[in-house]
Design a protein around this ligand. Structure first.
Ligand code: NAD
Ligand code: WQD
Length: 340
């Protein structure tokens, strides 16, 4: 298939593009480089043995999308482009709704005109909000996401569900990621947060490589086995394969279908620190700080629906996630470095 990957130079998008090319698909990337660097394209090309088509531009640019669909004969769209920092979304809600909601709407309108109606959307487990039980299943009613970021994802899910109901020619997958971490096993691609990392694994990796002195563990008094928060971490390469499985299943099935992409297992913050310490062969300095506002104690994914309908499940373990992150971080201590 010929796949338009918006946000394809970002963290999850770049790994998905490499997985798509490895399976013989053609990739067209649209990214405005707001949160990614050009040098990821060199890594993708060297890992894939061929270059993806790269278009620098914005998903909110309707004119650009019209000409892109007129010239690129796209079969399917995987839509990663958007803003993702939960805390920043609280201080900049307009930027988040504009990029995430208006951006998706503009893209869907251009697809509608071009007659391209296969769409894979990057949603998030954050749409579940707080639930009375775990694991979180797709059949649960969505909850109250704790941030404008989360609400932007829920709005797009609702928009896509309405669209599929109104027009049965659309084939849509709503993929709710749990906690994506890890890197390409080559060590040549990985997560490259700008500024202070918001998320656990990249923060630990920067402590391990000496860029930060100590990890703050946000809360050790949760009702979990060791008192720290529990999450479902998923290796980015497994996540990439999940997108390809969803794209193939969706191509044969109209409607809007929701899938959790997670491992089905929960790990605590201390377990992640331990796995990373084993992977890098050194102790990770950490200290306890108060709970972070908006954090839930513990949740993980129900995985049966993705297993049965997408014929997909995760293969890589927490140790793989830690080893691959360390391989990337230790060989690229400053992340991707673009030539000036
Ligand atoms: P990322 O920031 O690394 O990648 C997003 C890419 O989109 C970046 O390359 C950025 O430059 C680009 N982009 C942003 N706004 C754009 C716009 N208006 N037009 C064109 N390009 C634009 O993020 P990621 O971690 O790869 O996440 C990808 C998607 O998955 C996002 O939609 C995110 O909300 C969602 N998601 C991520 C996580 C996670 O923990 N990483 C979890 C759940 C869902
Ligand atoms: C994991 C655990 C923290 C950092 C976020 C978004 C979610 C989704 C995935 C996009 C928690 C603890 C963290 C640190 C810590 N993204 N922690 N010290 O919050 O589960 O999910 O990313 O859709 O929407 O909210 O991920 O990696 O930030 O935190 O102790 O410096 O690690 O309290 O228990 P989170 P995370």
């Amino acid at each position: 298939m010929r796949v338009l990957v918006t946000g394809g130079s970002g963290y999850i998008g770049s790994h998905t593009c490499v997985a798509l090319m490895a399976q013989g698909h053609e990739v067209v990337i649209l990214d405005n480089l707001h949160n990614s660097k050009r040098s990821v394209l060199r890594a993708m090309t060297s890992l894939s043995g061929r270059a993806p088509i790269f278009i620098e531009g914005d998903v909110r640019d309707a004119g650009l999308l019209t000409s892109l669909f007129a010239t690129q004969s796209v079969d399917s769209v995987i839509h990663f482009a958007g803003l993702k920092a939960v805390g920043e979304s609280v201080s900049q809600p307009l930027a988040y709704y504009d990029n995430n909601v208006t951006g998706t709407l503009t893209l869907l309108q251009a697809m509608q005109v071009a007659g391209v109606r296969q769409f894979i959307f990057s949603s998030s487990a954050t749409v579940y909000g707080d639930q009375p039980q775990v694991p979180y299943a797709e059949s649960f009613p969505t909850g109250q996401p704790a941030s404008p970021y989360g609400r932007s994802k829920l709005m797009v899910e609702q928009l896509l569900t309405d669209l599929a109901q109104a027009d049965p020619r659309w084939h849509i997958a709503l993929l709710r990621y749990f906690n994506p971490v890890g890197a390409h096993p080559s060590g040549e691609m990985g997560e490259d947060p700008q500024g202070i990392p918001n998320n656990l694994m990249p923060y630990i990796a920067q402590v391990a490589v000496g860029r930060r002195p100590s990890l703050a563990v946000f809360g050790d008094d949760y009702p979990t086995p060791d008192g720290t928060g529990v999450r479902d971490y998923i290796h980015v390469m497994d996540l990439a394969e999940g997108h390809i499985a969803a794209m193939q299943t969706t191509a044969a099935r109209p409607g809007a279908h929701v899938y959790n992409l997670g491992s089905g297992e929960g790990h605590s913050v201390l377990e992640v620190i331990h796995a990373f310490s084993q992977a890098c062969g050194k102790a990770i300095p950490w200290h306890v700080e108060p709970r972070r506002a908006g954090d839930l104690p513990a949740y993980w994914a129900a995985t049966d629906k993705a297993r049965h309908e997408l014929h997909w499940h995760t293969r890589l373990t927490l140790n793989d996630m830690a080893h691959d992150t360390w391989r990337w971080q230790s060989s690229h201590p400053q992340g991707y470095e673009d030539a000036p």
